[in-house]
Design a protein around this ligand. Sequence first.
Ligand SMILES: [Zn+2]
Length: 126
Amino acid sequence: MKSGDILSLRNKLCKKIEELREVVEKTNDGKKLDTFDVPDLYDRATLEHNFNSEMAMRNKLESLLHDIHDAVVRIDSGTFGNCEKCGNPIPTKRIFANPLANQCIHCMEKTEMKQKIRRLVASYNA
Ligand SMILES: [Zn+2]
């Protein structure tokens, strides 16, 4: 990637971080759900459902924020575009398609396979 492209990408990522932080701040900011005073079971279930949905969305946004921040750190440290597992360059096409990619396809497939095996083993042990 050209340095101008990387700088432009860095600016886009930083802008995205600001946008996402605003959204995260608007979602439930660590408040706990207290339905003790809600007598109606249906109302309580609805409140709990909405609260859980909001927390799930917040967790996803925070994970995305973390990934974007990591990409900015890789840009600043000069390691952006290199696979974090094997160190080989990640093809530019892949970086343009997914600027948050931190592994080459080969290493990503190996990582995903390990995760699948771990989940399978965990489901058998459960
Ligand atoms: Zn790799």
